[in-house]
Design a binder for this molecule. Sequence first.
Ligand code: ADP
Length: 383
Amino acid sequence: MSNTSQTSGAVHVGVIGGGQLARMMGEAGHGVNVHLTVLASSPDDAAIEHCDDAVIGDPQDFEALETLASRVDVVTFDHELVGLDQIAELERRGVVVRPGSHALRFAVDKAYQRSALAGAGLPVPRFMVVSSSSDPRLGAFLDELGDAVVVKTARGGYDGRGVWFPGSHEEALEIIGRLDAEVVVEERLELLGEVAQLVARAVDGSVMLYPLVTTVQSDGMCTEVRFPAEVATVLAAQAEELGEQLASLLDAVGILAIEFFVTHAGLVVNEVALRPHNSGHWTIEGTTTSQFENHLRAVSGQALGVVTATAPCAVMVNVVGDDEPSSLGAALEVLGVHVHDYGKSWRPGRKLGHVTALGDDARAAHVQAWRGARAYGTRTRET
Ligand code: ADP
C-alpha cells in the first residue's frame, strides 16, 4: 500500500477491482487529492501496492460492495465484470456511483450495447441477439451474412475470450447451442484497421477528447497502440463526433473508451468501456493529463485536465508473459522507453506491464517500444 500520507480534504474514491487499471489510478491519485480504496479479490492484486486502502472481497458479493461503499465518497470501476442489479441497488441506497449503472450497462452487456446504439442511429455491424440455436430467425440471418459470421457472448468476454469466428453455419449453431446464454451474432466486417477514441467526461457534462489512436490486435488481444492514428483526418473527425455523441448518450462520467472498426464505409462501433482503457496507457507520458488522472478528476467531481500530446508520436506495447519468465531488469536497461510493471507474478499469457516510447518519428517510436517489450520478454509479436 502507498506510504503517502493522506492529504486533508481528499475525495475518497472506491474502485471495484484491483487490477492494473486501479494500480495506475493509484499512481495518479495523489496528484489530484484523491484517496483511493480498492475492492481487490486478493492481497496480491496489482493495485494493492499503489492504493491507499483496500477491501478484500468478491466484486459480485453485495456485502463486499457495501463495505467498499461505506468507506468512500464515490464508487468507480477497474473492470466491468460486475452485477448490474447490485450496482443499481447501491445507487438506490444513495451511493454515488460514477459511471452510473445506466451507462455501465453499455459496457457490461454487448447485446444491449448493439441494440441501443443501432436504435440511436449509430454505426454498428449488422447483428442479431439470440439465446438459442433454434431461434427461428437465425437461419435466414446466417444466410444473409454468408460466411462472414462472428458469434460473441453478450456478457463476460474480454481480450477476445468470448468471440468466435465460425467457419460454417453448422459451427456457428454448435457454438450458440454450447454457450446456452444470450449471444450476439454479427457480420464479420472487412477491417482496414482498428482505432480507439478516448473521451473524458466530467460531472457537468464537459468533455476532453484524447487524440485518436490506432490499435493493433492479435488473437483478439491488443498488442500495440500508435499515436497518431493511421487514418485520414476525415475519420479522426468522425471519431471525435461519435465520441462526443456517445459520451452524452451514455451520460458517461470518467473515461469512455470507444473501439472502432475502420471499414470502407467509415467507422463502425465495436465496443465501449467506461473506465481507463488499454488504448490509453500511452497518455501517462504522451498527453498533458493521463486517462487515469482525468478519470479520477471526473469521478471525484473536479474539472478535467487538458489532453494535448506531449510529443508528435507515441507507441505503447503490451507485455504479455511468455513461456520463459519475464525480465523487468532487462527492460529497464533499454534507454528511451517508459517501462510500467504491474507487480504481477509471471505467468504465460498474463498481461504483466507495458512499454511506451515517444518521439518525433512514428517508425523510431515503434522500434524503440518493441525493443523494450522484447527485452522484458513479451510473448506478443511485432506486426
Ligand atoms: P473483446 O470484448 O473480448 O475485446 P471484441 O468484440 O473487441 O472482443 O473482439 C476482439 C477482436 O475480434 C476485435 O478487436 C476485432 O479484431 C475482431 N472482431 C470482433 N468483431 C468483429 C467483427 N464484427 N468483424 C471483424 N472483426 C471482428
